[in-house]
Design a protein around this ligand. Sequence first.
Ligand code: UDP
Ligand code: MG
Length: 316
Amino acid sequence: MELSIIVPCFNEEQVIRTTNRRLFDEISKITSDFEILYVNDGSSDATYGILCSLHEEDTRAKVINLSRNFGHQIAVSAGLDNAEGNAVVIIDADLQDPPHLIAAMVDLWRAGSQVVYGRRIKRSGETWFKLATAHWFYSVLNKLSDVFIPQDVGDFRLLDRRAVLALRAMPERNRFLRGMASWVGFRQTALDYHRDPRFAGETKYPLRRMVRLAGDGILSFSVVPLRVSIWIGLCAAALSMVGIFYALVLRLLTNVWVEGFTLLFVSQLFIGGVQLVFLGVVGEYIGRIFAEVKNRPLYIVAETRGIEESLQNAVF
Ligand code: UDP
Ligand code: MG
């Protein structure tokens, strides 16, 4: 198989037929040896039924039905685990990532790139708030993490089979795929594009989920938040040494006692607050260790269409 396309779908009944037609049109121009892998991420609308009928119409459209909503990153991972193509493209179901770019990605891949990531130079139909916070997030993330994670890059990308195998070997639960895809290395190329507004339906990434994704990005790619606590602790300690020295000198050389109930109170609050915050940061990391240690499967497949069921992720 030359090309696999992974499409995560969560309540996309309004767009999925159009998306399917566009994908078939565009990919048929590139090769006839392809599959389109729809991962239904626990949709509560008619999405799954539509996907099954797409498979009836053309068996190159295949369906993985997850047992509940596991989230975008895990749905894509389920697709990666089952994709057979020598090149794998990840694309959103809502036509925000234009399917005609897949041809350009495949050209770059044939010319030797192993990872081709789409870089959004322009995004229409997003609020200024989303754009600003996303931009700010990527620059903070890059300052904090050891691997370079390109700015304004989403999950729309092409991965060579080798990169896919590398990603499959990364079992972490709190997944931040765009970071993981940078981490694996290989010859990476950017492809600039203009991100369109959603074709229909509404975003499945409300602020709460964006914050969670951002947290996963930072906490899985950096231990700087832990280090910050050491520096703040050292600063507070240094400050208190100055205070102690000052009080001692006054007491020994003059007759003055340093008083200052307010100072005592304020500094207690400060230290207490800082300690609680960093207890929380440490707790976040421990929570992630806990999730890893439980070693649960990443996702549960309920049923599939057109895919040979591997026992790897089946329920026993
Ligand atoms: N998605 C998913 N599971 C989820 C949330 C989203 O599979 O829990 C899919 C969704 O169907 C879409 C893609 O992930 O194909 C991106 O979601 P969306 O377009 O809502 O995000 P946005 O583009 O607004 O960031
Ligand atoms: Mg979208």
